[in-house]
Design a protein around this ligand. Structure first.
Ligand SMILES: *Cc1c(COP(=O)(O)O)cnc(C)c1O
Length: 460
């Protein structure tokens, strides 16, 4: 069979690695809507953003036109410690599914943070260091972003203050220890340390927290401490830019074996891995050079794309952050403690939101137990224990492969395997014990969050 000429793993050599990030906004006809100042309702200027974010990152955030940003040498050197990540042909999964589809995954879990988040963490920490800052503050949900940022800060000698969503802080004590080992301080959020934390606790005593709360706290600490800036692990344009390294490598590896994917699938929390994976392929689609199907997969418990509204909203619960136009469930939406912690955000990347709104991308929501069934199948066939977040993409990839089995189509499917699940064993335990539940918010639950969207002139 000539098919077997394609190896299990397609690696790039170090000198085949991308040397510039790709900015998909450059090829978008309708650009993502600008961030707005919540006070004035006007687009935020660079001057207004620099007290919160590092200068170079503000430039990247606001640049809709430059297609390629060279990756600084120090970041390239760091990337070489754990990249290129392999593109893997899932022969064993294909066989188990008895499908004519060809399944590939891009595996980003091969570093200590256990996810793709390190790709942007090192970039953001690098620009903070360049600017002569003392340190950075951030939020973390499941803990992968906090871990990635601690690693990057340790490497560059920066202080790192992490506000960790309380439910994860309690469920994942070992994550916390990894971050502390890399020198970060970790505070459960909401905390009594910040004004906004105290306010949220007064309004919602006993809350298990949310990414939105933790963001508010981290931003407050960054703006009140000289020499500190806030960094965010997803959603922002700059993060999708850094994560384009995933898609650029995947495309280079496919080009090497002369294969073109038909369907590209990723899980979507704030949209950074999906945005990064699809960027170069989406660029081809936007320029009319090729066509692909793109599928975003989100949890049914936090369905921003599939049941949210495309509107301006706050990125945080404390309503101190800029307004972003995105698919959102409302910044007051506190999702049920679903185990896919990294996908529990009320909003979505403005870039992906615009692309979805313009019909370049599909989205679907999947339920937790079906996600763990897919995770189990994947672990048993391909060997890797996947993160619950990543398993959303696995679930959709399996579903697409099974459709191919019905129709006999030999489609090529690529999905992003964003990370490993070693810190998610409480979730696996619930699944194995048969006590995992599928929470789906009712229309009324969602209506409450959507009713609280901010009033912005010109928005219906
Ligand atoms: C954070 C995370 C996600 C979701 O974040 P995106 O910004 O949507 O990519 C997915 N998988 C893993 C393993 C994560 O850590």
């Amino acid at each position: 069979m000539s098919e077997n000429k394609i190896p299990y793993k397609i690696y790039l050599s170090e000198n085949e690695m991308p040397t510039a990030w790709y900015n998909v906004r450059a090829d978008m006809k309708t650009k993502p809507a600008p961030l707005l100042n919540p006070g004035t309702g006007k687009p935020l200027s660079a001057e207004e953003l620099t007290p919160i974010f590092c200068e170079e990152l503000v430039k990247q955030e606001l640049d809709d036109n430059t297609a390629y940003f060279p990756i600084p040498q120090e970041i390239l050197d760091f990337y070489k410690m754990y990249r290129p990540s392999p593109l893997v042909r899932a022969y064993c999964l294909e066989k188990a599914l008895d499908t004519p589809a060809k399944i590939y995954y891009k595996f980003e879990g091969n570093n200590t943070s256990g996810s793709h988040k390190l790709n942007s963490a090192i970039a953001q920490a690098y620009y903070a260091k360049q600017q002569g800052l003392k340190g950075v503050t951030t939020e973390t949900g499941a803990g992968q972003w906090g871990t990635a940022l601690s690693m990057a800060c340790a490497y560059l000698g920066l202080d790192c203050k992490v506000y960790m969503v309380k439910v994860s802080y309690e469920q994942k004590p070992f994550r916390r220890e990894v971050m502390r080992t890399y020198g970060a301080s970790v505070t459960p959020s909401p905390s009594m340390e910040t004004e906004v934390g105290r306010k949220i606790l007064a309004e919602h005593p006993g809350t298990t927290g949310s990414l939105g709360c933790a963001i508010s706290e981290a931003v407050e600490v960054a703006t009140k401490n000289p020499g500190y800036r806030y960094v965010l692990g997803s959603v922002l344009n700059q993060v999708l830019l850094h994560q384009s390294v995933i898609g650029l490598e995947a495309k280079a590896a496919f080009d090497k074996i002369g294969v073109k994917p038909d369907i590209i699938i990723g899980c979507a929390g704030g949209g950074s891995n999906l945005g990064g994976l699809i960027s170069p392929f989406m660029g081809e689609k936007l320029r009319g050079e090729a066509d692909y199907r793109f599928i975003a997969v989100e949890p049914a418990s936090c369905p921003s794309f599939t049941r949210g509204k495309f509107a301006y909203d706050f990125c945080d619960t404390g309503m101190i952050c800029p307004l972003a136009k995105m698919y959102t469930l409302g910044s007051g939406f506190i999702p049920s403690p679903n185990h896919a912690g990294g996908l529990r955000f009320h909003g979505m990347s403005p870039i992906l939101s615009q692309l979805y709104h313009d019909g370049y991308m599909e989205a679907r929501a999947v339920e937790q137990t079906s996600v763990f069934e897919a995770a189990e199948k994947f672990a048993r066939t391909e060997g890797i224990l996947p993160a619950p977040e990543s398993s959303h993409a696995i679930k959709a990839a399996i579903d697409e492969a099974l459709k191919c089995k019905e129709t006999g189509e030999e489609k090529t499917i690529l999905f992003g395997l964003t990370g490993t699940g070693y810190f998610d064993l409480v979730a696996y335990q619930q699944f194995n014990d048969g006590v995992m539940t599928d929470y789906i918010p009712s229309d009324e639950d969602l209506a409450k969050g959507l009713a609280a969207l901010p009033q912005v002139p010109g928005q219906d």
